[in-house]
Design a protein around this ligand. Structure first.
Ligand SMILES: [Fe+2]
Length: 118
């Protein structure tokens, strides 16, 4: 559990290229969200399986979260290694479920909001 979210991780060998992929399924209770974080060297592909997910992207120049996007079932979010963002369940009533694939396996750094304003 992380901020009320249920997260299941599975490491998958990529037999073609010899890498390891990481798969995660996250169940987002209504109104739950992640802390601000990056993904170090990982690129992530996130599919919305149930509900709706919002994403706020941090802008390093203005030192603010400037972009808000909302994703519905079937949509894909691509997380690049340089991104710092917050993700959350866009609904205060319904659960959301997402499936994540990361390569290389995810190593996240979490940020405190005051740290991002410096
Ligand atoms: Fe993320």
């Amino acid at each position: 559990m992380k901020n009320g979210r249920k997260i299941e991780y599975i490491k998958i060998p990529d037999l073609t290229y010899g890498n390891v992929l990481e798969e995660a399924k996250i169940v987002w209770p209504p109104g739950s969200k992640s802390d601000p974080h990056d993904h170090r060297k990982s690129t992530g592909h996130i599919w919305i399986l149930e509900g709706a997910i919002y994403q706020k992207v941090y802008d390093k120049k203005t030192k603010k979260f400037i972009k808000l996007s909302i994703y519905d079932v079937g949509e894909l979010i691509i997380e690049t290694p340089d991104i710092i963002h917050i993700m959350g369940n866009a609904s205060l009533i319904e659960f959301a479920v997402t499936k994540h694939i990361y390569s290389p396996p995810l190593r996240m750094k979490y940020y405190k909001l005051p740290e991002l304003k410096k």
